[in-house]
Design a protein around this ligand. Structure first.
Ligand code: SF4
Length: 480
């Protein structure tokens, strides 16, 4: 089996959430401004060699028990993602598989949405039961187009199938101008604890340039409502690198976000996705888009202003006041298992990564087949090689980085020397930091992490090198 390296972004990124800004986690994977285009063939021969010995198996169990290790095939998911693929209009930078509903229709008045919710419930009901959920995330699309009663139906399905732990985190992505105070109050009554508000910018001209349906007045109103209903946590999602955006206007947006007291901020760099209007109109780094130097300066400025304002830069693109990091998204970054329900959603359950079809019609057919198969998937188990790569590439997004020890049973002790060799130039530049007994040397007991902000900014380069080092050399195709 071969994959192209351009697909590693999607494969290693967990869920493709929108957070209302249309820049999927897939595309946010590389924090650097430069798009990656490796043409690499990976052959599924195991570069680490051999099966797991009983010794390495017990090491694995020990290390998993002792740390936030990659939770492998045996761990049941305690996180669920539910995808709601409806939006008022399509934003100019968005390549998500969504249905455009127009400016007047809402979930409760749309037969299409009602039908989709029913299919989602069928998929949830067909899934084998598991332990109570710790986090639930409604992403899109625009989940706030769902009426409270529709959200209630989906939550009821999840509670019936899995139950929820006390203190469950229930997040909903909401867009300004797509919900009312009464609706938000209803969501709160249903147990929603966290809202991710798709603001993107506080400047009307930038919102207009992106094709967003809301304007600043709606943002102000929506934030007022979030504060009024006493949500335990909420986030504002912002995009840097928009057309016409300058360092000064970006600073204004950040300053406003801080002034509103948002407990959490997600800050993404614009990506030009193939097939989008922006991709037709613009070229990266060329006007009216900011230059690469300016977007890098925006990243540094963001880190500087938000850390000074008391935020922890806990992930490449995410900042939180203490206690407000997103527990659900941490599941992806720590490469732990999760359910994914809905059109286009990905799940990672019992070692199988499963992607659902990206059109409604195909998704409905997929659910019927899933029911007929008794809630089982046919996808292969994730290989040990992929588990190691995924854990490193996702974990290095986090400020705390990745511990090496839990990966040794999967990769063998040779992993230490491979990492030491591959990362040496970046350690010397100060982009990669080593925590452990020997400060500057990677050992099995080390934890590696990227320096904030320079290491995060260069993560594209570093992760590309890691990917190449941890996969076998390309092999030429056999001649026919
Ligand atoms: S079209 Fe919908 S999914 Fe895409 S960015 Fe806009 S709000 Fe998000």
């Amino acid at each position: 089996m071969t994959i192209s390296a351009s697909s590693i972004v999607g494969r290693y990124s967990g869920q493709s959430q929108c957070t209302g800004d249309g820049v999927s986690l897939e595309n946010r994977y590389w924090a650097g401004a430069v798009a990656i285009d490796l043409c690499y063939s990976i052959h599924y021969s195991d570069p680490f060699g051999g099966d797991l010995s009983p010794v390495s198996l017990s090491l694995l169990m020990l290390s998993m028990a002792a740390s936030h290790s990659p939770c492998l095939r045996t761990c049941p998911p305690k996180a669920a993602y539910v995808h709601i693929p409806f939006c008022r209009r399509r934003c100019f930078y968005c390549d998500f598989p969504i249905s455009v509903m127009g400016d007047s229709r809402r979930g409760e008045t749309s037969r299409t949405v009602r039908q989709y919710v029913a299919w989602l419930q069928r998929e949830i009901a067909a899934t084998p039961p598991g332990p109570p959920l710790r986090t639930i995330f409604f992403g899109g699309g625009t989940p706030s187009l769902l009426d409270g009663s529709q959200l209630a139906m989906l939550l009821r399905s999840l509670r019936c199938r899995f139950g929820v732990e006390p203190g469950v985190e229930i997040s909903v992505e909401m867009d300004p101008g797509t919900f009312t105070l009464e609706q938000l109050q209803h969501y709160r009554q249903l147990g929603v604890t966290r809202v991710s508000l798709g603001v993107q910018s506080f400047q009307n001209e930038q919102l207009q340039a992106c094709g967003r349906t809301h304007r600043r007045a709606q943002i102000e109103q929506a934030i007022g409502w979030l504060q009024a209903v006493n949500l335990p946590s909420w986030s504002l999602d912002l995009i840097s690198g928009l057309p016409g955006q300058t360092l000064a206007s970006w600073q204004e947006t950040l300053t406003e976000a801080i002034a509103h007291g948002s407990p959490h901020l997600s800050v993404y760099d614009l990506t030009l996705e193939p097939g989008t209007a922006f991709d037709r109109w613009y070229r990266p780094g060329q006007g009216p888009l900011p230059s690469d130097e300016t977007t890098a300066a925006m990243y540094r400025l963001t880190q500087q202003l938000l850390v000074a304002a008391g935020y922890q830069h806990y992930e490449i693109s995410n900042y939180a006041q203490p206690g407000h990091s997103c527990r659900h998204n941490r599941v992806y970054w720590q490469n732990r298992p999760y359910y994914g329900f809905g059109m286009g959603a990905t799940s990672y359950v019992h070692g199988q990564r499963v992607s659902r079809p990206r059109t409604r019609r195909q998704y409905y057919g997929w659910v019927e087949q899933y029911e007929a198969q008794g809630g089982r998937h046919k996808e292969p188990l994730t290989s040990r090689q992929d588990q190691v790569l995924e854990t490193l590439m996702l974990g290095l997004r986090l400020a705390e980085g990745v511990a090496i020890a839990p990966l040794i049973p999967l990769a063998g002790t040779s992993l230490v020397s491979i990492l030491a060799r591959c990362l040496r130039p970046y350690i010397d530049k100060g982009w990669v930091l080593i925590d452990g007994d020997k400060d500057d040397t990677i050992t099995a007991d080390s934890r590696i992490r990227l320096r904030d902000p320079e290491g995060f900014l260069m993560s594209n380069t570093i992760l590309t090198a890691l990917f190449a080092a941890l996969t076998p050399a390309p092999q030429s195709c056999p001649q026919s």
